[in-house]
Write a protein that binds this ligand. Structure first.
Ligand code: ACM
Length: 669
C-alpha cells in the first residue's frame, strides 16, 4: 500500500485562496473516520476554519492533523475511488494563513495515524499553482561598467587597489612559502574545499615555484583614535586588517599588519592561481601590486541551526566556505520554537526533550521532519571544536539564544516556565501560541540568568545575540501571572491589556545588564530596540525587516548591522517563479539583486554602520541540494559587498568569478 498526497492551490473570494488536498491510497480500500492525516505546511490552516469533507483536529505551528468526516470506502464509480479502485479522499481548505507563492509553501511531509496508533508514511507531491507561474516583474538592471579589456584578477572579493603592470603567461605551478605551519594551514583549507585540486603551497624551494615572503608593516604611531570604542572589542581596533601583495616575476612579497590579513593574502594568491589555471578571462600578476582591506569590520553570515539539524562537521565545512569569502562572523541561531540545539548542563531537559521532534514527542514534526524522532544538539565539546576551527580562519562565532519569543521548544521541555493557568495568548507569525518566556514567573528570570551565564562562559565571542524578534502582540494576555507582573510594573496598555513590547523591553534590559557584567556586548534583532529595550549606546541592532528601518535605528543612536530581508535573507526565493523554492514575505532576490544591493543608505551615517550580514533561515532548507541552490552564489554576492567598495563591484565580472567559489559538499559527512 502506498499513500500519496497531492495539493492544489485555488483562488476564491478569500484573500489567500484555498487548497484542495487529495489523498490517494494505492491498493487501499478503507480509511477509518478515526484515523488522521498529519502534514506539515508553511501555508497553514487558520484557527476555526471549516474544512470541506474533513474535520480539523489540531495544529501546532505548521504541523496539522485532520480527519475524514466518516469511514471512507473505495467503491467503483464512487467519488472515494479512482478508476483503478484506489481509495481517494479529497478535501478543501477554503482559506489559508497566507497566500502561497512557491511550491515549497504547501505540504512537505505527511503521514497517516491509523485508529490503532500505527503510522504510515505518505509521499507528498509539490503544491501545484492555480495559474501559470507569474513572470518576474522586469526590473531595470543598473548599468554595469563593461568588463575591463585584457586579463582580469580572479579574486573574490575584489581588491581595493590593483596596479598590475605585467601578467604571467601561465598560472604559477605553485608557491614556495618557508613558514611550514602557514603552508600547511592554507593547503589544508584548499584541500578541504577543493578535494580534487593539487597541492599548491610548498615549504621547500623548487625552481618551478614562485617564492612568497612575508613582511609586516612598520607599527605606526596611533595618531587618530576612533571616536567611540565602547561597542567594539579592543582587539578589533588593533587589527585593522589589511595586506599588500607586491609581485615580481619570481617572487611575491606579502606585507600585513597582523596574522588575520596574512591568511587572506594567501587565499587571494590561491584564488588568482586557481582562476588563471581554469579560464582565459583571468591571469596571474607578474609585476605590480594589490593593496586590500575590508570595507566593513562586521562581515557576517547567520545560520539557523534550529529549524533543520546540522552536524558539527557541516558547521566546520561551512566555516571553510566563509573564510574563503573573507567573512569574519558566524552568527549561530541556536534556539527557536522548532528545537533547542545547545547543550545546557543546568537544564538537561532542553536537550532530552527540546532538541527532538517526532509524532509521539512533545515537539511535533515541523517543516522538514517526519513522524520518526528527529533532532540533535551541539554538545559543549562540539561548540569548542567549532570555535577553535573558526578562530583558525579569523571567524568569531556569535551565539544567539532567541528570547523571549521563539521559545516553544524550551517551554515544552521545562514545564516550570509555563503558567499552569494560562489561556491561549496571541499567536506568533509562525503560528505558535504561548511561545514566549513568561516574565510573571520567578523561574523565567532564573532560567535567563543561568542560560546566559552558560553561554557567556562557553563562547569567547565578545558579542552575545539575544534575539528579541517577533514576540506576538498579546503574547502574554492569557497569563494571570504575566498580567499581575505587568500591572505591578505599570506596563498595561490603555485597554488594560499587558503591553507586550514594554514587557519585552524589561526582559531585554535585564539580560543586557546581566551580560555586561559578564563582559559581553549584547546584540538584538530590531524589535529589541522597541520601547528602549536594548541601549542605543551599548548594544548594536540587526536591521532585518527592511533596509529603511536601519535609518530609524541609527537616528535613535544605535550601531547597526544591516541584514535586510529584501536582499540578504537567503531563505527568500530568487524570483517569483512558482518553481523557485523559498519564502517571499520580503520580496524575492536573485543573485544579481542581492549583489547590486548597496549597503549605503541616505540617513545612515557610515560610522553607525558596523557592517552587513546574510541570514540563512533554514525552514525550507530540507536537503543539501536545496541549501546549495538557495545559499550560493548569493553568499558570495554579500561577501563582495562586505569587503569591497561600491565602485569595485561589477556584476559581469562577479558572474565569471563566482563560478569558482565553493559550495557545501553534496553529501553530508
Ligand atoms: C527574524 O527574521 N525574525 C529576525
Amino acid at each position: 500500500m502506498t499513500w500519496t498526497l497531492q495539493s492544489q492551490w485555488f483562488e476564491n473570494e478569500s484573500k489567500t485562496g484555498g487548497l484542495t488536498l487529495t489523498l490517494i491510497g494505492k491498493g487501499s480500500e478503507h480509511l477509518s473516520a478515526k484515523s488522521r492525516l498529519a502534514f506539515t505546511s508553511i501555508t497553514r490552516i487558520p484557527p476555526q476554519t471549516e474544512l470541506d469533507n474533513a474535520h480539523f483536529v489540531a495544529r501546532t505551528a505548521n504541523y496539522h492533523e485532520i480527519a475524514p468526516l466518516e469511514d471512507l470506502q473505495a467503491k467503483e464509480g464512487d467519488k472515494e475511488s479512482d478508476k483503478k479502485g484506489n481509495l481517494v479522499w479529497s478535501l478543501t481548505i477554503p482559506t489559508l494563513s497566507h497566500q502561497p507563492n512557491h511550491y515549497t509553501d504547501g505540504p512537505s511531509c505527511a503521514y497517516l495515524i491509523h485508529e490503532n496508533g500505527e503510522i504510515e508514511e505518505v509521499a507528498c507531491k509539490p503544491l501545484q499553482p492555480t495559474q501559470q507561474a507569474r513572470q518576474e516583474a522586469t526590473k531595470e538592471a543598473p548599468i554595469d561598467p563593461p568588463l575591463p579589456d585584457g586579463p582580469m584578477l580572479g579574486l573574490l572579493p575584489m581588491p581595493e587597489v590593483a596596479r598590475i603592470e605585467e601578467w604571467h603567461k601561465e598560472a604559477p605551478r605553485g608557491f614556495f612559502l618557508s613558514d611550514a605551519s602557514l603552508c600547511k594551514q592554507i593547503n589544508d583549507l584548499i584541500q578541504r574545499l577543493f578535494p580534487t585540486e593539487e597541492r599548491c603551497f610548498f615549504d621547500q624551494p623548487s625552481e618551478r615555484l614562485l617564492e612568497v615572503n612575508l613582511g609586516y608593516y612598520e607599527q605606526e604611531e596611533e595618531d587618530e583614535q576612533p571616536e567611540d570604542l565602547s561597542l567594539l572589542p579592543d582587539e578589533d581596533h588593533q587589527e585593522e586588517t589589511s595586506f599588500l601583495l607586491d609581485f615580481s616575476h619570481d617572487h611575491i612579497l606579502i606585507t600585513t599588519n597582523e596574522g588575520e590579513a596574512c591568511l587572506y593574502a594567501l587565499i587571494a594568491l590561491a584564488q588568482m592561481r586557481q582562476t588563471a589555471l581554469a579560464s582565459d578571462h583571468f591571469s596571474f600578476p607578474a609585476s605590480g601590486m594589490i593593496i586590500d582591506s575590508p570595507r566593513f569590520s562586521w562581515r557576517g553570515m547567520h545560520l539557523d541551526v534550529s529549524r533543520q539539524v546540522y552536524e558539527t562537521q557541516d558547521i566546520l565545512d561551512f566555516l571553510d566556505i566563509l573564510a574563503w569569502n573573507r567573512f569574519n562572523r558566524l552568527h549561530l541561531h541556536l534556539t527557536d520554537d522548532e528545537g533547542w540545539r545547545l547543550e545546557s548542563k543546568a537544564y538537561p531537559r532542553l536537550n532530552e526533550i527540546g532538541a527532538w521532534r517526532g509524532h509521539s514527542l512533545p515537539l511535533k514534526p515541523q517543516h522538514g521532519s517526519g513522524p520518526s524522532r528527529h533532532g540533535g544538539f551541539f554538545r559543549h565539546d562540539d561548540i569548542l571544536k567549532i570555535i577553535s576551527h573558526a578562530k583558525s580562519l579569523n571567524i568569531i562565532v556569535v551565539p544567539e539564544i532567541d528570547i523571549p519569543g521563539h521559545c516553544y521548544a524550551a517551554l515544552m521541555a521545562l514545564p516550570e516556565l509555563l503558567d499552569p493557568s494560562a489561556l491561549t495568548g496571541g499567536a506568533s507569525i509562525q503560528g505558535y501560541v504561548n511561545n514566549a518566556l513568561n516574565p510573571g514567573l520567578a523561574a523565567t528570570w532564573r532560567f535567563l540568568d543561568t542560560i546566559f551565564a552558560e553561554v557567556a562562559d562557553l563562547f569567547p565571542s565578545p558579542w552575545v545575540h539575544i534575539g528579541g524578534d517577533e514576540v506576538a502582540d498579546q503574547a502574554w494576555s492569557g497569563s494571570g501571572a504575566a498580567m499581575s507582573w505587568a500591572k505591578a510594573k505599570g506596563l498595561l496598555d490603555a485597554d488594560g491589556k499587558p503591553d507586550s513590547a514594554s514587557m519585552q523591553a524589561v526582559i531585554m534590559r535585564h539580560v543586557e545588564t546581566f551580560l555586561h557584567k559578564k563582559g559581553k556586548i549584547v546584540i538584538g534583532w530590531e524589535e529589541a530596540a522597541n520601547r528602549e529595550g536594548l541601549s542605543p549606546t551599548k548594544s548594536p541592532i540587526m536591521a532585518w525587516m527592511k533596509a529603511q528601518n536601519a535609518i530609524d535605528l541609527a537616528q535613535k543612536g544605535y550601531q547597526v548591522i544591516l541584514c535586510p530581508g529584501e536582499a540578504y535573507y537567503l531563505d527568500m526565493a530568487q524570483s517569483h517563479d512558482w518553481q523557485e523554492p523559498g519564502l517571499s514575505w520580503a520580496g524575492t532576490s536573485s543573485a544579481e539583486q542581492t549583489y547590486q544591493f548597496e549597503p549605503k543608505l541616505d540617513g545612515l551615517p557610515e560610522k553607525q554602520l558596523l557592517g552587513i550580514q546574510g541570514c540563512i533561515w533554514s525552514e525550507n532548507l530540507t536537503s543539501r541540494q536545496r541549501f546549495n541552490h538557495m545559499v550560493f552564489p548569493r553568499l558570495s554576492a554579500i561577501a563582495e559587498s562586505a569587503w569591497s567598495d561600491a565602485e569595485k563591484k561589477n556584476w559581469q565580472s562577479f558572474k565569471l568569478r563566482m563560478a569558482f567559489m565553493p559550495s557545501m559538499p553534496e553529501k553530508a559527512h
